[in-house]
Design a protein around this ligand. Structure first.
Ligand SMILES: Cc1cc2nc3c(=O)[nH]c(=O)nc-3n(C[C@H](O)[C@H](O)[C@H](O)COP(=O)(O)OP(=O)(O)OC[C@H]3O[C@@H](n4cnc5c(N)ncnc54)[C@H](O)[C@@H]3O)c2cc1C
Length: 385
């Protein structure tokens, strides 16, 4: 099956091809056999140790901190294959790497890096990244969670909503305003904090195989040493989102490829009116459009990865890739589901599950509308937020 229409993956270097194949094999072994049941029941697969063994936690960071020195293309390929399995698996790797480890690596002291990064990399501890709030999602720079410093302690007040791993994380990177209204990141150790609660949302239709929840701080007391000292503004949180959005761009491409491959195979096997439906022009139109959009998204991902590896990427360029790839994946998943007819709505196939997960991908890490406005501001110089 030629999902790699321009032979882009076969031109990857040997290391990148190994990562692509080994992640694919890992997904076949650990995710595919159990994921539909996990999604239906809303109970996540517990694959923390297996993900750590694969190298999915912190692969892009130096070995000194438990990482694997991956380049961004190899990291992206891994995210793509994990999300072909399910969004919950890619997001487990991505929260830990792109958001939590990235925040500590970028803004933490040497002591904090040495304390937390190797433990996160080997899966001994799980992190969460707490930025969004009940009243502030897209408008995050106005977030309300606040802290003040009294002697050697922080007193923290506020709440966070939609936080992946909220109730199951050992540490959380909480973004809050200090007394000068500057936004800083604080590492909360969830077992060493007073006046703190966390919950899991029980009524999600999307991302069902992943826990999402709330955090509440009511005069919570934390050591002042838990502030990430180099974090000083909302821009620092946005910088963490760059790698998160890059991972979503690759992950959405993975979903698009998965849905296309499923639909193509089905169309070659399903016979109606005496021949495979793949022989019908209307079906071919859908498949031809899908592979064209997938090829464009592959090129976008590889180019963005190249720019990231050269350290000359802009925030806006990553934003475009996230928006485009989620959008095309939504369209492809919808058409693929249609090619499967009635079977497309069942859990015998993955398409419906991916379609539902895409409803989260289009909203989180910046909604589709926010990304349009980011591109709009970049090309006109005028902010329309
Ligand atoms: C499953 C899931 C997991 C998540 N995980 C995390 C996590 O781990 N950590 C974290 O911090 N956050 C997380 N989020 C939160 C996510 O980032 C927010 O949901 C997202 O930023 C949107 O915020 P909101 O839901 O408050 O929507 P709102 O910001 O209220 O937006 C509602 C609608 O209004 C539109 N809108 C808003 N402003 C404008 C404007 N100026 N012009 C045009 N349209 C506009 C939006 O595009 C959207 O369509 C998660 C969300 C989900 C659903």
């Amino acid at each position: 099956m030629k999902t790699d229409y321009l032979n882009l993956y076969s031109n990857l270097n040997e290391f990148e091809q190994i990562i692509l194949q080994s992640t694919k094999d890992w997904v076949d072994k650990y995710v595919r056999p159990k994921i539909e049941k996990s999604f239906i029941s809303g109970v996540p697969l517990s694959l923390k140790n297996e993900l750590a063994e694969l190298g999915a936690f912190g692969s892009i960071f130096p070995q000194k901190y438990g990482g694997l020195d991956f380049n961004f293309i190899a990291f992206g390929l891994m995210m793509k294959e994990l999300e072909k399995g399910d969004s919950s698996i890619r997001v487990a790797a991505s929260i830990q790497t792109s958001l939590v480890m990235n925040a500590i690596f970028s803004y933490g002291s040497e002591y904090q890096k040495e304390k937390y990064l190797p433990e996160l990399a080997n899966g001994n501890i799980v992190g969460s990244f707490a930025m969004s709030e009940p009243s502030h999602g897209s408008d995050i720079s106005n977030l309300k969670t606040k802290f003040k410093i009294v002697d050697d302690k922080i007193i923290l007040n506020g709440s966070k909503l939609w936080i992946g791993n909220a109730n199951t994380s050992d540490i959380s990177i909480v973004w809050a305003k200090n007394e000068n209204n500057n936004i800083q990141a604080i590492v909360i150790e969830t077992k060493n904090i007073t006046n703190f609660q966390s919950t899991t949302l029980e009524n999600k239709s999307s991302f069902r195989a992943s826990h999402t929840g709330e955090l509440f701080f009511d005069n919570s007391i934390i050591s002042v040493n838990q502030i990430l000292p180099k974090s000083n503004s909302i821009k620092d949180a946005y910088k963490c989102l760059n790698i998160g959005r890059y991972a979503v761009a690759w992950g959405a491409l993975g979903i698009a490829e998965e849905c296309y491959e499923t639909a193509l195979k089905f169309s070659l096997e399903r016979t109606q009116f005496g021949e495979p439906i793949a022989g019908k022009q209307l079906i071919q139109k859908k498949l031809a459009d899908m592979i064209t959009e997938i090829t464009k998204a592959q090129l976008l991902c590889l180019k963005i990865g190249e720019l990231m590896d050269s350290n000359i990427i802009s925030f806006e360029q990553i934003s475009m890739a996230k928006r485009n790839n989620v959008k095309i994946a939504q369209k492809i998943a919808k058409e693929a589901r249609q090619i499967l007819g009635g079977m497309g709505i069942t859990h015998d196939y993955s398409i419906m599950r991916h379609m539902i997960n895409l409803e989260t991908l289009i909203t989180y890490q910046g909604t589709n509308e926010m990304h349009i406005l980011i591109t709009g501001r970049d090309i006109t110089g005028i902010s329309a937020f």
